[in-house]
Design a protein around this ligand. Structure first.
Ligand code: ATP
Ligand code: LTN
Length: 332
């Protein structure tokens, strides 16, 4: 009997800082859940990270911290490929090739480029501009079927599909055309200090962002200081971005629905609610933190995990790179 082949799901995350509660609830937790159903490929996009200046020692630390944190969240390196982008040489090679099949006009329309150029006006480098071609390389090298991404990356994925379709039009059957995969249960976590903006690794306001590795007392403090409104009713509603965000976070970590939460906190004040959310988050992160401490203390094991994955990724991606190069006309 023919067994059905699992689809390949692929995604990368930049190790541009410490992993946040937003990254966990919005992305990594879904990656963990996908491991059974799909053939999963995940990686740290460290090449993408240098489009913004990094301090070398901090960058090294961020990469290893991120690798250990993501494993601690439940990425099982026995069944899932989890590698480091810069260790696999095909990514930069394929990115160069795809750069030559990507139009200036297309890249100019990318909203992330416009946002980041504004944010880093003193360093609008070519890498920031061609970032989506590297992202397309990450995806197309592995013939991925599905790419779990947040809403902010959908435009880059559309461009990836356009590049792949154009390339296949010139040289048939090189790339699989990937699809965005928006998970059913994806929480969008907002900043605790400005709940109209998403919680982000690179947020200047440290109180707005909960990091996976924050000590419990820091997490509690951040939730207690969370910006809310003056209505003092725990209810989901318009103009209540702060409370809506806390309700969503609480729901995401406890599994309770909005209605159940509103009922449980009926007649209670924001102080009680914030404490409950903080405690629930601390509890949800406790096992992750414990596992992280173990993994991070064993550098040799961590290295053996990524070395093994790097090698496999190199082998798989080389096939697509070689095929593309042959079709273009490079001498084999
Ligand atoms: P940076 O501050 O460096 O831009 P970030 O924290 O905003 O980083 P990304 O590295 O851009 O996060 O995203 C990694 C993954 O986490 C993506 O899939 C993204 O959709 C998801 N993600 C990031 N922030 C949030 C959030 N606040 N809520 C839900 N998902 C998020
Ligand atoms: N640009 C993405 C990270 C990223 C990615 C990828 C995501 C790099 N390469 C390939 C999916 C597939 C981000 O900033 N979140």
């Amino acid at each position: 009997m023919e067994t059905e082949k699992k689809k390949t799901a692929l995604s990368l995350i930049q190790p541009s800082g410490t992993i946040t509660l937003g990254n966990y609830l919005g992305a990594i937790r879904n990656w963990v859940a996908m491991q059974e159903e799909f053939n999963c490929i995940f990686a740290l996009a460290d090449l993408h990270t240098i489009t913004v200046r990094q301090e070398p020692a901090q960058m090294r630390k961020n990469i290893l911290d991120a690798y250990a944190s993501i494993m601690a969240c439940g990425i099982d390196v026995e069944k899932t490929l989890f590698f480091i982008q810069s260790h696999v040489t095909t990514h930069a090679q394929m990115a160069w090739i795809l750069n030559c099949y990507t139009q200036f006009g297309e890249l100019s329309r990318m909203t992330q480029f416009k946002d980041k150029s504004q944010k880093h006006a003193d360093n609008i480098n070519a890498g920031l501009f061609t970032y989506p071609a590297l992202m397309a390389a990450d995806i197309l090298l592995y013939q991925a079927d599905l790419v779990p991404v947040g809403a902010d990356q959908v435009q880059h994925l559309e461009l990836t599909r356009d590049i792949a379709t154009r390339f296949n039009g010139l040289y048939p059957n090189v790339f699989k055309i990937p699809e965005a995969y928006v998970p059913k249960t994806g929480a969008r976590v907002m900043s605790l200090q400005d709940p109209t903006r998403k919680m982000s690794k690179s947020d200047e306001n440290v109180n707005g962002c909960v990091h996976l590795l924050d000590p419990p007392e820091v997490i509690m403090k951040k939730f207690k200081r969370a910006v809310t409104d003056s209505e003092a009713v725990v209810r989901y509603g318009e103009g209540k971005d702060g409370i809506n965000n806390l309700i969503d976070i609480y729901g995401a970590v406890t599994g309770l629905t909005r209605e159940q939460i509103e009922k449980d906190f009926d007649g209670k004040g924001y102080g009680d609610f914030k404490t409950a959310v903080g405690e629930a988050v601390v509890e949800a992160l406790r096992p992750i933190k414990e596992e992280y401490e173990k993994l991070r203390a064993d550098k040799a094991y961590l290295e053996s995990c990524y070395r093994k994955a790097d090698e496999i990724a190199q082998r798989i991606s080389q096939r697509t790179l070689s095929k593309a190069m042959k079709k273009i006309g490079f001498v084999q």
